[in-house]
Design a binder for this molecule. Structure first.
Ligand SMILES: *Cc1c(COP(=O)(O)O)cnc(C)c1O
Length: 414
């Protein structure tokens, strides 16, 4: 008991001394909720509602079609992309915002294989995020000379060979939180003449990423996770400048044309990254995403990443100290340099345990077959939230409250 009391005093002091403390107020968080799922859907920045109301009421309602030019709508993909570039160590003209992560994966995988026509293999990690595997499989079904090979993490380097056109990896694993050494894996792929495509969905805004230092080739990532862009926010894609003139998007829509408003019959890709746009940009989604990205850019990023790591470490330590013997097994690397900003524990009744937590206002998520996943975005979480969440977890496990009938029923989205 005394250990618990001194823990509580420690976390209050850590919150009082937290330089990021003012950022929590910039989010609209529901009372009575400890939100540990910002790695799946980021929280709502307070500024978003007013900004969206302005874009709808003024830019759309009054500006109407003029706003494509006068309200910066047409430039939004490049403008917001340039801001995201600042979060991932890229140059402004190497990132643009378009489509979903899944669609961007398709575009870049196809572009990479088109750039290495003598090679057949798309190599990726078995057990990676499903859409990454599915999109690669879909491309191979559509272009039957291509093949997809998914191998265990430890076997990736050995599986790279002269037939590998592209290596696709998620930098922070969505389930375990384990990270790859981006520079080392990129070098390994490039040493075989392959292109390296990074999925940064669980990395952007969560951990330090330096695409330039890693000499990365290609990347994609999500707008609605740590960037707080809102449900279904548009995604981003990165193509290193040295590849931009050669690579071609398979989705040759008019927004990627060199002169969309010349309305010619034949497709000529735009110079630069704009060629990876397809159709009309989703203006409302871009506006919300821009608010989230602007907010993150106001914070000291080194502090953001360091605080997320401290939150993760505190959570791991507290769970292991207070929930010992209650069926949880740490899945995430203990070494803070080897993980992202979320922590996963397995539990044989993981789904029901998570439902019981959510019923008590502690929101994380469940990933089949048995993973309880908790995200620790630094901008709006407090150390005291970690402390309180662990106490709820301990109570749910110790009382076996998860056994209630209601917690066994699977919803569509977990
Ligand atoms: C969240 C996530 C995605 C999401 O793709 P969508 O097209 O936005 O549904 C893709 N890849 C990874 C690794 C993710 O974590």
């Amino acid at each position: 008991m005394s250990a618990t009391l001194s823990d509580a005093a420690d976390v209050r002091r850590m919150d009082a001394e937290d330089p990021l403390r003012p950022f929590r107020d910039r989010f609209q968080l529901p009372p009575g909720v400890i939100y540990l799922d910002g790695n799946s859907l980021g929280a709502l920045p307070r500024a978003t509602s007013a900004r969206i109301a302005e874009v709808i009421g003024v830019d759309w309602g009054e500006g109407l079609i003029r706003s494509w030019n006068t309200a910066g709508w047409i430039d939004a993909p490049a403008r917001v992309g340039a801001k995201i570039a600042g979060l991932i160590g890229a140059e402004a003209h190497e990132v643009t915002v378009a489509d979903s992560t899944s669609v961007n994966l398709f575009k870049l995988l196809a572009a990479a294989m088109g750039d290495r026509p003598e090679r057949r293999m798309i190599l990726t990690e078995a057990g990676g995020f499903p859409t990454d595997l599915y999109v690669a499989q879909g491309l191979a079904a559509f272009a039957p000379h291509l093949q997809v090979r998914a191998v265990a993490r430890e076997a990736i380097k050995a599986a790279l060979d002269a037939d590998t056109g592209v290596l696709l990896l998620t930098h922070v694993h969505y389930k375990t939180g384990a990270t790859y050494d981006m520079a080392a894996m990129t070098r390994a792929a490039q040493a075989e003449g392959s292109l390296m495509l990074w999925d940064l969905s669980h990395s952007t805004g969560a951990v330090a990423v330096d695409l330039e230092a890693a000499r990365a080739d290609l990347a994609v990532g999500c707008g609605y996770k740590y960037l707080n862009g809102g449900p279904g926010a548009p995604a981003f894609l990165y193509v290193a400048e040295r590849h931009q003139a050669r690579l071609r998007s398979p989705l040759s829509g008019w927004m990627g044309h060199a002169a969309p408003f010349a309305f010619g019959d034949d497709y000529h890709p735009a110079d630069g990254l704009a060629r990876f746009l397809c159709g009309t940009p989703p203006v409302l989604g871009l506006a919300a995403l821009e608010v989230g990205v602007d907010l993150m850019l106001q914070a000291d990023l080194g502090e953001v990443f360091a605080k997320s790591q401290r939150l993760c470490s505190l959570f791991i330590n507290q769970v292991e100290a207070r929930c010992a013997g209650l069926g949880l097994q740490l899945v995430t690397p203990r070494d803070r340099r080897a993980r992202g900003a979320h922590v996963s524990f397995s539990h044989p009744q993981g789904y029901a345990v998570m439902q019981a937590l959510i019923a008590r206002g502690v929101i994380g998520d469940f990933r089949a077959p048995d993973i309880l996943r908790f995200g620790f975005p630094a901008l709006y979480l407090r150390y005291e939230d970690v402390e309180a969440a662990v106490e709820v977890l301990r109570e749910v496990l110790a009382s076996q409250a998860w056994r209630a009938e209601a917690f066994q029923v699977r919803a569509t989205v977990t």
